[in-house]
Design a protein around this ligand. Structure first.
Ligand code: NAD
Length: 427
């Protein structure tokens, strides 16, 4: 962390045309599933309205004595099936609409996995790399304090997302516990293991990408051994997925991160890259290859960076046979149609990256019972749950002759809307 102070971003217009399109993408995905929901379609509007959205001001005193204000959000999209669940993102582009979309995808994801949660998400518009460790801790604690009235082990349980990690979860847990007057380990997941975190949580999302990718490759008759993998995003999700594919004999031939791309048909040593602190640029990657990345002949393309990366133009260019959505919302709806027309199989985010929330569920359960499982037990339960969920989704997609994404939405929306119908409307 350096000592440079970030310029606070100007306030955004929350619903203006310049907002990212993730919420629009999500709404379109809901429209696509509606014809398959039969009688439950009566309730579908509930999915288009977040239950609760909180905007908070986060003033902190920087190390040089100045006071800066940052804007934060916590959105609880739907709580019909249980407490809210979803990560916290620290990123300069965080907006309310993006957070709404990410919360909504959590609603779909927890239901697709049949976990007893609703969907939520949080974020702070900040470039965390520009903060010192002291400033980052203050920002995290003030944000937690501001949203503490709506989070809690039975209400809404945050977790790590882009640019947040176990240390930030430890600060969140401590701040919430100070308010509560007792240690509340179940208020967040993704904590350090000795604070009630779960073994296997750090790599769980990448592991889920691997498990669903392995199953999908099997359906395509594709052998993982020797399969060529291209990967966008080499953070928590991307690096864990890359390591598992490499261990299974696949060859990672292209990696792109926010600083550049590296392409090497002989294969990239992903284990040595995992310890490089300066990303792709530190091992010979270059921004000049960023465009060429999308033309690389590969069997599997893993999208593990951010939303809206697979545009229609890139969907026409990709040479992959299988696309794995490790990131949330990486494919725009028109790109989805092009990939389908080209017979390129897409494993959608709402099942592909559900490994993280599944092990977060395990962590929450372990915290409640104060009884902890071994890493092998966790990995085995994760593998089993993901394979079972994916098989049910696949059967639904085959039955209705629809894409795997729409199939996942059918299964998830049926569960959410049945809960809505059974609970009824209050008052
Ligand atoms: P991270 O911050 O650890 O890593 C993000 C990676 O993406 C980095 O390598 C970064 O350099 C790269 N990146 C960022 N902007 C880019 C750009 N414009 N072009 C190319 N690369 C870019 O984040 P993460 O936790 O690995 O999350 C990645 C995605 O997975 C996000 O969409 C997140 O919401 C989703 N996700 C994360 C988890 C989790 O458990 N961490 C769970 C489910 C979904």
């Amino acid at each position: 962390m350096t000592n440079t102070i970030e310029r606070t971003a100007p306030p955004l217009s929350y619903t203006g045309p310049s907002e990212p399109s993730s919420w629009t993408t999500y709404l379109e995905q809901v429209d696509r599933v509606t014809p398959y929901l039969k009688g439950l379609a009566r309730w579908v509007e509930t999915l288009k309205h977040p239950k609760r959205a909180m905007i908070v001001d986060i003033p902190i005193e920087m190390d040089d004595g100045r006071v800066r204000h940052f804007e934060g959000f916590r959105v609880q999209h739907n709580l019909s099936r249980g407490p809210g669940k979803g990560g916290v993102r620290f990123h300069p582009h965080v907006t309310l609409q993006e957070t709404m979309a990410l919360a909504a995808w959590m609603t779909i994801k927890t239901a697709a996995m049949d976990l007893p949660f609703g969907g939520a998400k949080g974020g702070v518009r900040v470039n965390p790399q520009s903060l010192t460790q002291n400033e980052l801790e203050k920002l995290t604690r003030r944000y937690t304090s501001e949203i503490s009235i709506i989070i809690g082990p039975q209400k809404d349980i945050p977790a790590p997302d882009v640019n947040t990690n176990a240390q930030i979860m430890a600060w969140m847990m401590d701040t919430y516990s100070m308010h509560a007057g007792f240690t509340s380990s179940g208020v967040v997941t993704g904590k350090p293991v000795h604070l009630g975190g779960s073994l296997g949580r750090v790599k769980a999302t990448g592991r889920g990408v691997f498990v669903t990718g392995r199953e999908a490759a099997g359906r395509l008759g594709m052998d993982i051994t020797g399969a060529r993998v291209a990967l966008q995003g080499f953070g928590n999700v991307g690096s864990a997925a890359a390591e598992l594919f490499a261990s299974a004999g696949a060859k990672v031939i292209a990696i792109q991160d926010q600083w550049g791309s590296l392409i090497d048909e002989r294969g990239i040593d992903v284990r040595s890259l995992a310890s490089a602190t300066s990303g792709i640029a530190g091992i010979g990657g270059s921004p000049n290859l960023n465009d060429a990345f999308w033309d690389v002949p590969c069997d599997i393309l893993i999208l593990a960076a951010l939303e809206s990366q697979m545009t229609a133009e890139r969907a026409r260019r990709t040479r992959a046979k299988l696309v794995l959505e490790g990131a949330n919302g990486p494919t725009l709806p028109d790109a989805d149609d092009i990939l389908a027309d080209r017979d390129i199989l897409v494993v959608p985010d709402v099942i592909c990256n559900a490994g993280g929330v599944t092990v977060s569920y395990f962590e929450w359960v372990q915290d409640f019972s104060s009884f902890f499982w071994s890493e092998d037990e966790i990995n085995a339960r994760l593998d089993k749950l993901m394979v079972e969920s994916l098989r049910k989704i696949w059967a639904c997609a085959d039955r209705n002759k629809i894409s795997l994404r729409t199939g996942t939405y059918v299964i998830a929306c049926e569960r959410i809307l049945a809960a809505r119908q059974e609970r009824g409307l209050y008052p």
